[in-house]
Write a protein of this length. Sequence first.
Length: 386
Amino acid sequence: MNTTDLIEAARKATGLSDFGDPKALEGLDILVKASNEEARLSPAGAMRWRETLTTVLVNRLRIVDYLKRKPELLQRPVEKPMFVFGLPRTGTTLTINLLGADPMRRCLLRWEALQPVPPAKKGELHTDLRCGAQRQMLDAMLKIAPQIAAAHFEEADSPTECQYAMQLSFCAEIFDSILQIPGYRRWFLHETGYRHAFEFHKQLLQLLQEHNGGRWTLKNPWHPLFLDDLTAVYPDAQLVMTHRDPVEVVGSACGLLRLVRPMYSDKVDNREIAETLLETFDLMIARQNAFREKHGADAIHDIQYLEQLRDPVGTMRKVYAHFGEPLSAEAEARMTRLAQENPQHKHGRHVYALEDYGLTAAEVRKRYRDYIERFSIPQKSQEPGR
């Protein structure tokens, strides 16, 4: 697999050639090199990976082309977007789903993140044919791999992660989650900036809001890695961080990667999964701490996972109050209904064990003692699987 062949395949599939900012292809080069040299792809995984990267390139070509034909979309503002983030498995999905129940808000939906061009017609975010096709695909996945749904489930038209917007610039943690690629991880975490990825992220939102607007409300667990670049592009962003006992976070996150990686490789190293996540979590915590020290304690609003499980709508009231936003009776009623209809473990229980990854609860708690104390995180959740 090489970059040139992937680019040519995407150009042939679309009849387009302009990828916009060439910086995106720098990340692609590094990702392809790491994939070839480090990922230990299986034959089926290699084919699936080529298809994945080609699809990302196809989407980028189509986005650039659409905006070239409708440059006025780039003049439309994205005002006070809200970004939800936190260590993975801390309740970011529940948070964004509750926020997305507010009819005044606009979330990045799974189907449109995967097939963004052309944007949905007015009022058709939930009825677009691409949404129906994604729903059928997810139904098939539920039958083949129900354990993945138990760990992390999204409807075709439910809010999804900004990962799909960031990957368009080949500057996204999603690649490091799917594959064992330390060379790409080193570049991604320490050797590059993310501003160009957020600039394209904003262009995508400007495209998608052409016919269906609203206050953008987004989530990506990994945003703490690059808050300075996020707020450089979105200076009026509202930031929300979720928190959960790190013992459960680490175990659950390891378990999720252990479910995903065999789709691409027959040689999955549990200890490597743990080391990768611990290194990344360390950096996420350090960088968001630094951001707070620079911008003040109130720069990020915090949500405790257990509190949100006990009182989801009450937690949302606190979010709205923090940012001085009105919470309508209709939005609150929809949030209440969503919480009632989607109890924890609705799609099954995600079972995981730290010991499978060479870790112990005591070791994890010691490593994250300062983080636990700083944010007063309960040290023993009564929800053992998610």
